[in-house]
Structures are given as structure tokens and as C-alpha cells.
Ligand binder design. Structure first.
Ligand code: ADP
Ligand code: ADP
Length: 238
């Protein structure tokens, strides 16, 4: 069964339509790139899946949960297994990396609480293991804001890993990082998802990167799906 299915989904912000009539089904382990110009609705689509944006119409089912009908607690539990990576990292710069990563385990808690939370030895072990997987195991006690952009995005990925995710949503994950480091981050995300069989959905405006790395590419334009294709079937004009 699908990891998520959007059925005729629409999202409006007042009279501003961000998504309209979107049908999209993704199966466990798939790696999908969403491409489209700024304002196409990519961030909104990610918000609908992780629960930060409510669909105005249509059906959203993810990780076996119907977002309109399932009990709130069940939806929260499912959404905790969905990890989101943001363009601007969304980390608390004043905190040490260990606290930012541990915040993934705390779920919807405000991040400032993470700074005050008690770190048990097993939490630190878990954080250290996650930082090792993203290649910065030595940065456990660094102030997050002192790290480079690429390193901060690695911290954000580690924060998602401690959530033990079944799906990772990445919203322009490399748009704020220099190109060489960005390609490394993209490879890391693809590797981690392949290794763990985690579904990966990444919004990208870099078409080359999408076509080079993802087996399925979905084009979004003005809130609607313009195409949804396996890489091999894509033509140049798309
Ligand atoms: P993308 O990620 O592809 O740039 P977005 O999902 O951010 O697209 O935005 C889609 C459309 O919805 C745009 O027209 C944008 O201006 C609008 N939009 C996004 N968020 C809001 C909001 N909070 N309030 C009003 N309009 C919004
Ligand atoms: P992106 O294009 O990377 O999605 P944006 O710069 O479009 O990011 O949006 C940044 C933030 O502003 C988001 O939280 C989005 O919801 C909000 N936003 C975008 N467009 C509008 C809008 N027209 N009115 C109000 N908020 C908006």
C-alpha cells in the first residue's frame, strides 16, 4: 500500500490558491523529486504531508492515517515518523548541536525546551550515532551557529534521523548551500534513504539535480501537477 496518497487535494490561503486538484501517490522506498518554479506550491505540498498545512479540500492519507478522519493522537504519532528538512535548516543557532539533534526525539516540543531538556547518556549516544551517520560526529558540542551551512544541514538531517523516520521530506535542502557542498548533501540524503529504505520526497528548483538523482520526477506548476514521470520517460521540454 502507498506511503501516502493525495486525492484531489486543494489548499487555499484566503483567496490565494496554492494547490488545486492534486493527485499524487507514492510507495514506500520511492525517491521522488518535485520540481517547479517559485510559488508553484512545493512548500505547501510538503506542509500538507507533515501536517503543518491543512488541506482545504480533498483527501490526504499518509502512513496509514487519514488526516481528516483519524484521531488527533494517531495522526501525531504518524507525523512523528515523517522528518522534514528545510532550506534554511530551521535550527536554533545558539544551541549546541547535541540539543538541536535531540529536539528530533522530542517531536513537536518548542526547540527552546530542547535546550533545557535533560540529556540522558543514552540520548547523547543516539545523537552521537546520528551525527556519525551524517559525517560530523566530532561536532557534538559545537555551537550550531558556528558551523558552515553544509554542516548545519547535516545537523538538521541528524535531527530527522533520531526521529527514526519512515519518510523524509526535503524542501529545497541545498538551495542555501554552495553548489559543491550542496551536491554532497543531496548524495547523503539519497544514500541514507536507500540504506534505510526510507521514502524521500525532495522539492528542488535545480532541474539538473532532480533529473540526475531521482527515479521519479513530478512537475508542479501554479498549484497543479504538470507531469509525473519516471526519469527515463522525461523529455527536454519538461
Ligand atoms: P513554492 O514552495 O513552490 O515556492 P509555496 O507553496 O511556498 O510555493 O506557495 C504557493 C503559493 O501559495 C504562492 O502563491 C504563495 O505566495 C502562496 N502562499 C504560500 N504560503 C502562504 C501563506 N502563508 N499565506 C498566503 N499565501 C501563501
Ligand atoms: P519558498 O518559496 O521557499 O516556499 P517563500 O519565500 O515563498 O518560500 O515563503 C516563505 C514563507 O512565507 C512561508 O512560510 C510561506 O508560507 C509564507 N508565504 C509565502 N507566500 C506568502 C504570501 N503570499 N502571503 C503570506 N505568506 C506567504
Amino acid at each position: 500500500s502507498p506511503i501516502f496518497a493525495l486525492n484531489d487535494v486543494g489548499v487555499s490561503y484566503g483567496k490565494n490558491t496554492a494547490l488545486a486538484g492534486v493527485d499524487l501517490t507514492v510507495h514506500p522506498g520511492e525517491r521522488v523529486a518535485i520540481i517547479g518554479p517559485s510559488g508553484a506550491g512545493k512548500s505547501t505540498l510538503i506542509g500538507v504531508l507533515n501536517g503543518t498545512v491543512a488541506a482545504t479540500s480533498g483527501e490526504v492519507t499518509a502512513l496509514g492515517c487519514d488526516y481528516r478522519r483519524a484521531p488527533a493522537r494517531e495522526i501525531r504519532r504518524s507525523q512523528h515518523r515523517i522528518g522534514t528538512i528545510h532550506q534554511r535548516f530551521d535550527l536554533v543557532e545558539q544551541l549546541r548541536t547535541v540539543h538541536n539533534v535531540n529536539a528530533g526525539r522530542l517531536g513537536s516540543w518548542p526547540f527552546w525546551k530542547a535546550a533545557l531538556s535533560l540529556l540522558l547518556p543514552r540520548d547523547v549516544q543516539r545523537v552521537r550515532a546520528a551525527l556519525d551517520r551524517v559525517g560530523i560526529g566530532d561536532k557534538l558540542h559545537h555551537r550550531t551557529g558556528d558551523l558552515s551551512g553544509g554542516e548545519q544541514q547535516r545537523v538538521a538531517i541528524a535531527r530527522v534521523l533520531v526521529q527514526d523516520p519512515v519518510m523524509i521530506l526535503a524542501d529545497e535542502p541545498v538551495a542555501s548551500i554552495d553548489p559543491a557542498r550542496g551536491r554532497e548533501i543531496m548524495s547523503l540524503l539519497l544514500e541514507l534513504s536507500a540504506e534505510a529504505g526510507v521514502t524521500l520526497l525532495a522539492c528542488l528548483h535545480d532541474v539538473e539535480m532532480a533529473l540526475g538523482s531521482f527515479e521519479r520526477v513530478v512537475g508542479l506548476r501554479a498549484g497543479q501537477i504538470a507531469f509525473d514521470k519516471k526519469r527515463a520517460d522525461l523529455t527536454d521540454d519538461e
